[in-house]
Design a protein around this ligand. Structure first.
Ligand code: ADP
Ligand code: MG
Length: 400
């Protein structure tokens, strides 16, 4: 595998007594300041502990949370993440309400300052715009920069991309990023066939374009969840009130035209309801009645998909196959988790909600690699080490 990025593991001595700036993906689900699932923070603990044990003089932690679109949104503050970190690291964590509006430098001169957590980077529009001045201000907080935010590495955002310009040869990957690269590398090139992709979820417009690239790699692409209905609609099947924007249907039409080898499989039956609060109804046909929305794949579809998963030598799954938060519509997703776990092939599961579903099934230990990134994992499969945030660790944001 490529010998970059340089991992933190060998840099302990270098980092001693240094100011370290580190980017994580603490995009956790919050409900009234309570973190509903801490796994993204827990996954960063090995890197954080290593940095503290290396004797850094200060550790400044950065992350985003949600999509506040450059505005301060109270419900998307990282404050409770700071409290959780303090407890886990047994260190005081100083929370700074603005990531760039002064105050941080003064903190560095205080003897007691060890760990600082900056407020949600996306409260500043400059983060997503990859603004060089913004990146420079952040870069002032560290002599060294660590990227452990795999879930953001497919984005050209200031804190994972532009910032690398200020740390030539002083930027390293964290343990989580390293683990992701190792786990996902096995999907690059020509992995053992058949390569089976399973795609679901609701962020259709986000993911639908990447399907084109995935289609070139896999031998079969099993589609379910909210992802399926634009494709069914594109084939002229009635989808009722199921998730399906006209834009997604048009994109799906284009993708289907490219699928000359018939790799794409779509649900043949559904579990549906008039609305998600109503009791489920089994629809034994591909057509969904006009007044209903499909919220899970049906038993016949599951049987068909199971056969392909069992045959797979390489498997990748992103996106729940139904509205699994309601157990009445969770069967497709939970059964897929068990098919994946019992497959003899190399299995990778990625995506916040997909991994949550996998955890609920208790089968995580039977999966080859559980990725912390959904979009990032999908893009890694096509771009590999060319993913912007990973490439920039070696060459800087625009480098050769
Ligand atoms: P991931 O986080 O794994 O990348 P997404 O965020 O794309 O996945 O999608 C997860 C969401 O998709 C879940 O909240 C799930 O309820 C929803 N979903 C999946 N299938 C359906 C469906 N048929 N109708 C409505 N929502 C669905
Ligand atoms: Mg999600």
């Amino acid at each position: 595998m490529a010998n970059y990025p340089l991992c933190l593991r060998d840099q302990g001595k270098l980092l001693k007594q240094s100011k370290v700036l580190a980017r994580f993906d603490f995009n956790v689900p919050l409900e009234k300041d309570t973190i509903k699932d801490t796994s993204r923070i827990d996954a960063a603990l090995p890197t954080l502990s290593f940095l503290l044990e290396s004797g850094v003089s200060t550790l400044t932690i950065m992350s985003h949370l949600g999509r506040p679109q450059g505005q301060v949104v109270k419900g998307l503050s990282l404050r409770s993440v700071g409290e959780y970190l303090a407890e886990k690291l047994s260190e005081e964590v100083i929370f700074v309400e603005s990531c760039v509006r002064g105050g941080v430098e003064q903190l560095f001169s205080l003897a007691k300052t060890k760990v600082i957590l900056l407020e949600n980077l996306r409260f500043c529009s400059e983060e997503i715009a990859n603004c060089p001045e913004f990146a420079k201000k952040l870069a002032n907080y560290g002599d060294y920069y660590i990227n452990d935010a795999f879930g953001c590495c497919h984005r050209k955002h200031a804190s994972v991309y532009g910032i690398n310009a200020f740390f030539p040869e002083k930027n390293f990957s964290g343990f989580l990023l390293d683990k992701e690269i190792k786990g996902l590398n096995q999907l690059l090139g020509r992995p053992p066939a058949p390569f089976i992709g399973v795609l679901g979820g609701a962020k259709v417009s986000d993911k639908i374009q990447i399907i084109q690239t995935l289609l070139l790699k896999v031998d079969k692409l099993l589609i379910g969840g909210g992802m399926a209905y634009p494709f069914l609609a594109a084939r002229g099947v009635q989808v009722g009130k199921s998730l399906c924007s006209s834009r997604d249907r048009e994109l799906a039409e284009k993708i289907l035209l490219k699928d000359t080898l018939g790799k794409i499989l779509l649900p043949v039956d559904h579990v549906a309801a008039e609305n998600p609060e109503e009791s489920p109804v089994l629809i034994e046909s591909q057509e969904i009645p006009e007044h209903m929305m499909a919220l899970d794949i049906g038993p016949q579809t599951l049987r068909e998909y199971k056969k392909w998963v069992a045959r797979g030598e390489t498997l990748f799954w992103n996106g729940p196959l139904g509205f699994f938060e309601n157990p009445a519509y969770g069967k497709g997703t939970l059964e897929m988790a068990s098919f994946m776990a019992s497959s003899r092939g190399y299995t990778v599961v990625g995506g916040g909600d997909s991994v949550r579903a996998l955890r609920e099934s208790g089968l995580t230990d039977h999966i080859g690699h559980v990725s912390s990134g959904g979009g990032a994992a999908l893009e890694f499969i096509s771009l590999g080490m060319e993913l912007p945030g990973i490439r920039a660790l070696k060459f800087g944001p625009k480098g050769a």
